[in-house]
Ligand binder design. Structure first.
Ligand code: PLP
Length: 356
């Protein structure tokens, strides 16, 4: 029996989208390849609310997180963390030799505009990295308020990790002033894993000219330049199969309507939170709850691993807690192509398995 995935990525991929991946290869230097990428970029711009260039990379999202902090930091990066993936961004900066400082919030809490203001007012930083949606805690950071602070620092490049929220939560990249918004294929876009996507604002592009050591594969400037020079093609061979799938999936997302898609995600989120309140409790601060996944505190001391074993036997899988939160929490993703019926099915099954 196929297992329906309620883990926060990879998410369910429709059979029609999977089938697109078995289409014959095309040359990545062909006119058809240029047209494919141009169409993908145009559609991603609509979903990510940006006029900026879109960059694809054949890697998971971490690749472009590395590209962002390394290509955009000429002076020093301020890296804000609300959990495992903020920590990861700091580690990436350090391992690339990018000067960076780390600003951490307690688990379940957000990066506040005051924290960002306090760091930037020192004048030490020319880049900030902020997680939009933290998959380990279920926190969605208050980007509207942070954007107000960012307006005071027009020279600072804002990089955002929207790996687990883009296409499942509305993020108005340009209006907010986000310069590099990074995401992956395998989350709310409901595509197989294997490619990363980012936006690159003119300000971020300009900055890259002042960074000497941008690396090679994830050099955002080089990726951008090649797209321009080679009419929407890549310096290296991209994963053409995922691009086929992406092309169709983006058209489907636009057919659903992006606002409808965000509303569907919000309705699932509300349902799961209400269920969690009834039987367990929601882990994160209520002011900052994610649209795409809910992290639930294991207030009953159940074995999450055993619960999952039984759920998998029934054809569904949820996420255990991430890292230090394993067994202390569990995670239900409500992202991608999942529906309210799926939410009812998984929560009813949990109640049944646990005899609640
Ligand atoms: N950032 C967040 C918030 C994530 O949830 C993940 C993966 O789960 C990543 C970054 C890393 O993305 P990838 O696995 O595509 O490299």
């Amino acid at each position: 029996m196929a297992t329906k995935l309620f883990i926060p990525g990879p998410t369910e991929v429709s059979p029609e989208i999977l089938a697109e991946m078995s289409r014959p290869m095309m040359g990545h230097r062909s006119k058809a390849a240029s047209e494919l990428q141009r169409r993908i970029s145009d559609n991603l711009r609509r979903i990510l609310y940006t006029q900026s260039e879109i960059i694809l990379s054949t890697s998971s999202g971490t690749g472009l997180m590395e590209g962002a902090v390394r290509s955009c930091t000429a002076k020093r990066a301020a890296i804000f963390s609300v959990g495992a993936f903020g920590k990861k961004w700091f580690k990436i900066a350090k391992m690339n030799g990018v000067p960076a400082d780390f600003f951490e919030s307690p688990f379940g809490e957000a990066t506040t505009p005051e924290m960002v203001d306090a760091a930037l007012s020192t004048g030490k930083y020319d880049t900030v990295c902020i997680t939009h949606n933290e998959t380990s805690t279920g926190v969605q950071n208050p980007f509207e308020e942070i954007a107000e602070v960012m307006k005071k620092y027009p020279d600072v490049v804002w990089c955002a990790d929207a790996v687990s929220s883009a296409a499942g939560a509305k993020i108005e990249t340009d209006r907010l002033g986000v310069d590099v918004l990074v995401t992956s294929t395998q989350k709310a876009l409901a595509l197989p894993p294997g490619m990363a996507i980012c936006t690159l604002s003119p300000k971020a592009y300009e900055r890259t000219a002042h960074v000497e050591n941008r690396g090679c594969y994830f050099d955002l400037r080089d990726l951008y330049d090649v797209i321009r020079k080679k009419d929407y093609q890549y310096a290296n061979t991209p994963c053409v199969s995922i691009m086929y799938a992406m092309d169709l999936q983006l058209q489907r997302i636009l057919q659903e309507g992006v606002e409808n898609r965000f509303r569907r995600h919000a309705a699932m989120a509300e349902y799961v939170r209400a269920w969690a309140d009834e039987y367990f409790s929601v882990f994160a601060n209520r002011k900052y709850l994610s649209n795409t996944l809910t992290v639930i505190s294991n207030t009953r001391g159940i074995s999450v691993a055993d619960l999952n074993k039984e759920l998998i036997r029934r054809g569904m899988q949820l996420g255990n807690g991430y890292g230090d939160l394993k067994e202390k929490t569990f995670r239900i993703a409500h992202m991608g192509e999942l529906t309210m019926d799926d939410m009812r099915a998984v929560t009813e099954s949990i109640v049944d398995v646990l005899g609640l």
